[in-house]
Design a protein around this ligand. Structure first.
Ligand code: NOJ
Length: 497
């Protein structure tokens, strides 16, 4: 009964904010200046495992995703792998052509750690891997496109998993050594670095729920350990860059955080939800006080005690680490796709223990929200505007780059839903900028259709379609590619689609 009431209440709140019948719900009203600032940057993103293929070519070592797709094929919907993917390793020129057509200023791609260090360790340094990305970077720059390089996008070298991967604190040193190699080889030309992509997601899925590699069922314990080590690894790399490279390379180093906005009329509930999601990484890095959000530290300690443990499952950071981590990023990268309404949980969620149990909130979607092909992806542009304002207010208006935002479907070239998604979310970004948010760039996920992790190739996010059945893997622009190009060219959001 109470649930029905809540759903009705939420529904009525939402309907007030949602467009009228003849409009798509995937739209967002314009407020203020219709033009993006002249120095605002536009890009597209990809990630190594999702597009490169060449999984064992030119000395590359296996990653945990190679192992996962090869040895646990049932974990991927269509039982595919990234062995060949869009074959970007051999076909970067085709990607470059698409980037030029789009007229993007930035291309965000990731480096495969096990191409550079096949075992994850410096002793296995692979010159051919290093050369490959030199070629990519040079070609981008020769065409006036700035590289934005992600150092780690889920594909940990398999050998490092044998020692526990991100659950072992040694990962901090391994990551710093690898990042140093990248700064030394590419830092003369790469001015924008993203250390880690979506640490909350890969820790939760890989070390908590066991549905991503390395499939560890350590919910509420090992996933927290993974997050702790990820945060420290990120900050350690930032400090190395500042002390050893910044003076001659003058680049920026940030992190890409998975995010969603939590909608509620109760600001305490919003705050709770935001701290448990974005705040996990953003609070230690960007808040005035540093450390994990107080609410997490206190509640998780209390829950741990109740469970009979001798120590909290999430001990707060030491004074030394708080200091190293606080301020250790030049920008926050936001991967924003969707949002949810939140209410306090009526009954305990998830396993005991788990992040869900600690979080103690129910998430609700509105049936009116347009849904992408990905089960979790609803079009909620107001969440984009709200999260940017949350960051402005909570984290002293730190520089923000939208490092990902995108919509999934079956791959139709006439992708009107993607255009509506793009249009409404860019409108939300523009509104936020008009309201004083320090957003400097937007990156659409993704340039091309690619391997969507557990969904294999069944779900497509690309502005370009890839002919997967042809050896040449031809790229074909979708209607959304043309629309995005017009946005970039005019620095505004065309009304006509
Ligand atoms: C975020 C991840 O970074 C990316 O790899 C993934 O494909 C997209 N979300 C879409 O799910």
């Amino acid at each position: 009964m109470l649930l029905v009431f809540l759903i009705l209440l939420v529904g009525s709140v939402i309907s007030q904010c949602i467009a009228t019948k003849d409009q798509t719900t995937c739209s967002h009203p314009a407020k203020g200046n219709p033009k993006f600032p002249s120095n605002f940057t536009f890009g597209v993103a990809t990630a190594a495992y999702q597009i490169e293929g060449a999984w064992n070519i030119d000395g590359k070592g296996p990653s945990i995703w190679d192992d996962f797709t090869h040895n646990y094929p049932h974990m991927i919907d269509d039982r595919t792998t990234g062995d060949i993917a869009a074959d970007s390793y051999h076909r970067f020129n085709q990607d470059l052509k698409a980037l030029k057509e789009l007229k993007v200023t930035h291309y965000r791609f990731s480096i495969s750690w096990s191409r550079i260090y096949p075992t994850g360790d410096i002793s296995s340094r692979n010159q051919k891997g290093i050369d490959y990305y030199n070629g990519v970077i040079d070609k981008l720059l020769a065409n006036g496109i700035q590289p934005m390089v992600t150092m780690f996008h889920f594909d940990l070298p398999f050998e490092l998993q044998k020692i526990g991967g991100l659950a072992n604190p040694l990962i901090i040193n391994y990551f710093v050594t690898y990042a140093t190699e990248l700064f030394e080889n590419y830092g003369d030309r790469v001015k924008s670095w993203v250390t880690l992509n979506e640490p909350l997601l890969y820790c939760k899925s890989g070390y908590g729920e066991a549905n991503y590699p390395p499939q560890i069922e350590g919910a509420g314990i090992i996933d927290y350990l993974c997050m702790d080590h990820s945060l420290k690894a990120h900050a350690a790399v930032y400090r190395v860059y500042k002390s050893r490279f910044y003076n001659r390379q003058h680049g920026k180093v940030g992190i890409a955080l998975d995010s969603q906005f939590s909608l509620s009329n109760d600001s305490a509930v919003v705050n709770r939800a935001m701290q448990y999601n974005l705040g996990f990484f953003a609070h230690p890095l960007f808040s005035k006080s540093g450390g994990y959000p107080k609410i997490l530290v206190e509640e998780i300690a209390e829950n741990s005690l109740k469970e009979g443990r001798i120590e909290s499952r999430l001990p707060d950071l030491s004074g030394k680490w708080k200091h190293i981590i606080k301020g250790a990023a030049d920008f926050v990268g936001i991967n924003y796709y969707t949002s949810r309404y939140v209410v306090r949980a009526k009954t305990p969620n998830g396993k005991n223990p788990s992040l869900e149990r600690d979080y103690d909130l129910d998430e609700i979607s509105d049936p009116k929200w347009t849904r992408g092909l990905s089960r979790w992806l609803y079009c909620v542009p107001e969440g984009m505007e709200s999260i940017l304002k949350f960051i402005r207010d909570e984290y002293d208006n730190v520089e923000v780059i939208i490092t990902e935002n995108g919509y999934s479907d079956k791959g139709d070239l006439n992708d009107l839903d993607r255009i509506h998604y793009l249009k409404s979310h860019l409108q939300a970004v523009l509104n936020a900028i008009n309201d004083g948010c320090n957003v400097r760039g937007y990156i659409y996920w993704s340039l091309i259709d690619n391997f969507e992790w557990q969904r294999g190739y069944s779900v497509k996010f690309g502005l370009y379609s890839v002919n997967m059945s042809s050896p040449a893997k031809e790229r074909t622009p979708k209607k959304s590619a043309e629309y995005y190009r017009r946005i970039i060219e005019t620095h505004s959001i065309p009304d006509d689609i």
